[in-house]
Design a protein around this ligand. Structure first.
Ligand SMILES: *Cc1c(COP(=O)(O)O)cnc(C)c1O
Length: 404
């Protein structure tokens, strides 16, 4: 490591809250699937900022839209209209088939906004007695880091010493439709769930689960809220992961790739009157729906579709999964994935996944461990067959090493 690398890392450590434990690489440039460190070393980005740079680093068309808009108008607040918001609404509604849109910034904010909206819907439309609304969530969920959200996390690291927390959440196992049926009461307003649990280690529910979930929610007048902040916008090989089971959520949450990684943009989408219960002054955000965010998001959605990134995620995801399954290594416990949302779970005796991520870094691949024994692999959706094969070669040599 050169002195400059040590400097960046040491300075971060000295001044920064230590709420992350980054891999020891300092990045300074990105283009497509590639990123470069301060030394000029090139890496294939197999994290994509947790799926936020699905369109690839510094996509030229998103960049152009951002620069152009930044020259004209960046922020008005919602106290006034701007000439980008309506177009953003129109385009995101057309793309996703939603009727109502609430623009926010971070993913966690979209989740918070959905929780507020479904509670309000519960009191004003469903007729739940005030203060009694219940929302059902799943064990091992990840919906963000705000106080409201971590209060219904089941991860001790995530919740520990951050309480007291808001009541009104019931936790059931993921992938268990019978548990949902049992948990629903007349006061249940929503079931909030990820189509595939990303942070939990790319956990895919049993086939047919969401079909039954959809039926249970409809039969009980419970809003199905799908957190597609990570799975949405092509990551799993479909625009929305719900399409794998041919269902439609009542409320869909998008974030991350909605801006192609240029800017925090998130949205709550609803297909019914959930967002219709919000009245002026009841919810808001200074930056939510600002013209710069809208222009960036419009370009990010456009390139996703126009450049065939969703289809590419399906094709390259299948190739990547096949290739991972072909790796014969004693370290591997299981390989999972849908589209370009992939994970390799290691046997606990193989050692920490972090060691393997560091070994991959030395071979030019940046991936991130999750939950001790799982390596998550989620490259930008613009990855080519040659690049997939290049990554597989390096993964194979790394995973056949014993780093315990
Ligand atoms: C990343 C993520 C969030 C939180 O998004 P932030 O922008 O980090 O607040 C919420 N839900 C899921 C499923 C995510 O992957």
């Amino acid at each position: 490591m050169s002195s400059s690398v040590i400097d960046f890392i040491a300075t971060e450590a000295r001044f920064g809250a230590r709420n992350y434990e980054p891999i020891g690489v300092v990045l300074s440039r990105g283009e497509g699937v590639w990123v470069w460190d301060t030394e000029g070393n090139r890496y294939l980005d197999c994290l994509s900022a947790y799926s936020a740079v699905s369109q690839g680093h510094c996509h030229p068309k998103i960049l152009a839209a951002m620069v152009e808009q930044a020259h004209r108008l960046t922020l008005t607040s919602r106290a006034f209209h701007n000439d980008q918001l309506a177009l953003f609404y129109e385009e995101i509604a057309a793309l996703t088939g939603s009727h109502k849109v609430l623009p926010m910034n971070s993913g966690a904010e979209a989740v918070e906004s959905a929780i507020k909206s479904v509670r309000k819907w519960g009191y004003e439309v469903k007729g739940v007695p005030d203060g009694q609304a219940e929302i059902i969530v799943c064990a091992n969920n990840f919906h963000g880091r705000t106080l409201g959200v971590v209060g219904f996390s089941t991860d001790p690291e995530t919740r520990g010493h951050f309480g007291p927390f808001a009541p009104g959440f019931k936790i059931i196992p993921f992938g268990d439709a019978a548990a949902l049926e049992e948990a629903i009461t007349p006061n249940t307003v929503a079931f909030l769930v990820e189509p595939i649990q990303g942070e939990a280690g790319v956990i895919i529910p049993p086939a047919g689960y969401f079909t039954v979930v959809r039926e249970l929610c409809s039969a009980n007048n419970v809003m199905l809220v799908l957190d597609e902040i990570q799975t949405g916008l092509g990551r799993t090989g479909k625009l929305l992961a719900e399409q794998h089971e041919g269902i439609e959520a009542d409320v869909t949450l998008l974030g991350k790739a909605l801006s192609g990684g240029f800017y925090p943009v998130s949205a709550v989408l609803s297909n019914n009157d959930v967002l219709g219960t919000l009245r002026p002054g009841q919810h808001g955000s200074t930056f939510g729906g600002n013209p710069l965010a809208c222009a960036v998001a419009r370009a990010a959605m456009r390139v996703l579709v126009e450049e065939g990134m969703i289809e590419n995620a399906a094709t390259q995801g299948a190739r990547f999964l096949e290739g991972l399954k072909d790796i014969r290594a004693n370290t591997i416990r299981e390989v999972r994935g849908r589209g370009l949302m992939l994970a390799v779970e290691l046997h606990s005796e193989a050692g920490r996944a972090r060691r393997y991520c560091e070994a991959l870094q030395a071979k030019g691949i940046l991936a991130k461990d999750t939950h001790e024994h799982t390596i998550r692999i989620a490259p930008p959706l613009v990855i080519t067959s040659d690049q997939v094969d290049w990554a597989l070669e390096r993964l194979a040599t790394t995973l056949t090493q014993d780093l315990s």
